[in-house]
Design a protein around this ligand. Sequence first.
Ligand SMILES: [Zn+2]
Length: 180
Amino acid sequence: MANRREYEIAFVGLKPGSHEYRYEVNEQFFKDRGYTEILPISAQVKLTLDKHNGFMILKFEIGGKTTANCDRCGNLLQLDLWDDFNMVVKLVENPDEMNNQEDDPDIWYISRNDSHIDVSGWIYEFVLLSMPMQRMCKDDENGNSGCNPDVIKKLEEMEKQNRDSNTNLIWKDLEKFKKN
Ligand SMILES: [Zn+2]
């Protein structure tokens, strides 16, 4: 886990106002943090830190690409990452207590004595959150499914078999019922 410091911002020395940071993360970033099932990913994170007296606003803008398997046919898909997230970081006397009490997930407390803030946890979370929920092959211009036709045929056959065996079971139950 080389370069952990890369994600630590020494905010104490910063002037009030806006500061910009850029990060590039790939699947290794996630693997290093225990997420081993991740597919290839290339994400760019633009972080704007707005420093005020006693608090900071962190805006994370996520872009990039990832791959995922289609939910229907399993084909590998290219997906765009695109979203942004805001965090308010407040400097207080009792950060642990305040974090325990806080219900708003966009507010985080740190100690007034802190000089650095580690943004890797937020990058991890926000990049994953910016993945599209819908992971399906796109239809072509004629509205036909872009899914792998062999897989779809197989799925339809399996569905039909399921239906047929269910019908058989119903008949069997009816037979039993008549015999009784
Ligand atoms: Zn598909």
